[in-house]
Design a protein around this ligand. Sequence first.
Ligand SMILES: Nc1nc2c(c(=O)[nH]1)N[C@H]1C(S)=C(S)[C@@H](COP(=O)(O)O)O[C@H]1N2
Ligand SMILES: [Mo]
Length: 428
Amino acid sequence: MSNEINRVPHAAGNGLLDRRLFLRSAIAGASTLALTAPSIAQWVGEGQPASMLTPGSGMEAYGLPAKSELERVKRWTIPPGSGGRPMSWGGLTPHHLLHGTITPNGLHFELNHQGIPDIDPQQHSVVIHGMVRQAAKYTVEQLENYPTVTRQHFLECAGNSSVLAADKPADPVMTLTRTHGLLSASEWTGVPLATLLDECGVEKGARWLVVEGGDSGSTTRSIPLSKAMDDSMIAIFQNGERLRPGNGYPMRLFNPGYEGNTSIKWVRSIYVSDKPVHSRFETSKYTDLMKDDVSLQFTLEMGCKSVITRPSNTSKLSRHGVYEITGLAWSGAGKVRKVEVSADGGKTWAEAELQVPVQSKMLTRFRIPWQWRGQPAVLQSRVYDEKNSCQPTRKELLAAIGGYRHYHYNAIHSWSVDKSGEISHVFA
Ligand SMILES: Nc1nc2c(c(=O)[nH]1)N[C@H]1C(S)=C(S)[C@@H](COP(=O)(O)O)O[C@H]1N2
Ligand SMILES: [Mo]
């Protein structure tokens, strides 16, 4: 392997190696034990563990992760003191413990403005009314008779990473979960909203949908009709099973690439209109304050963004050698085109390998090998999407808007590594 490394060109400064290295080899320095004949005999012969000598347990009616995993991979709630009442928040996805691109249903982030309503699927339906030829009401059972679509998409709260906009960190330790936990991705199955709107017959002059949820949080949002006709769906299934209660059971609106708040959970009313309603969530909240006290309204599409999920500040580099730097990249505008990684705080960049297939408005995993010999480093990633938008630095983002940005914070994120392998979040 060390010969192998010597043949691999360094792709950028401070130890970044060619992204194709892993296609050919294992990770250098990873501790694999050389087995001796007696130890093999011990393992396969006499040393059989108890699990091989007695029958195992029965299975659960509904499968759960291993007990030790449930404890390890638990979803974190937003810490007290961060402004949220327990009921008005939900859980954060621990991306530093996950691999691939799909978030398991039990770890999907949740943002509930007024708790999770207890909804009887037999009693629930969504009504489409307003500027339509024929208003209609659909139960889950009825929706299942329509042709469905299945697509993989990320869901990100517009407030994800807002803690990074403030100069003073809200917590002493800014973990990945704290800074990027309001992001998840699933395979969503549902009925295209266009199918239902076509059935109801949208009248001329209609431009907006006013969508209301069935909880007590008054989450009402105006959605452009053009978006609804493009790729919005009434989602019923998430990763193959019915939605979880906290994610909108029995049905939710899902707007791919849009800020999470617009994907109204427990959806019960879709009012077709010629104008937006200017609800609480599109006036006092979910607007972007710009220079000169101007606020942008209806900035619905999420920008392009990426973050390194491993290594992160929940672990320490324990050996010198080659590490895989991996993370997630996404864009509300479409597909990820390219991800670059830096190990020297943005001075030099190397292109990372993208996990295929790269899907539109979906998390894309990237990977690149990095050789660490004990040198201090600042690890960063930046994404370019298919529309050629590039992730800004924090300085660029804050300068462009003239100060603090609570929503749509998508700046480059930095992990600093010190000589001892200790990792911490830094503003670089
Ligand atoms: N009815 C209703 N819909 C809602 C919310 C809510 O509180 N009530 N929260 C919104 C917010 S702010 C976000 S970010 C997403 C979160 O979806 P999730 O909880 O399934 O991750 O749902 C949105 N839809
Ligand atoms: Mo949100």
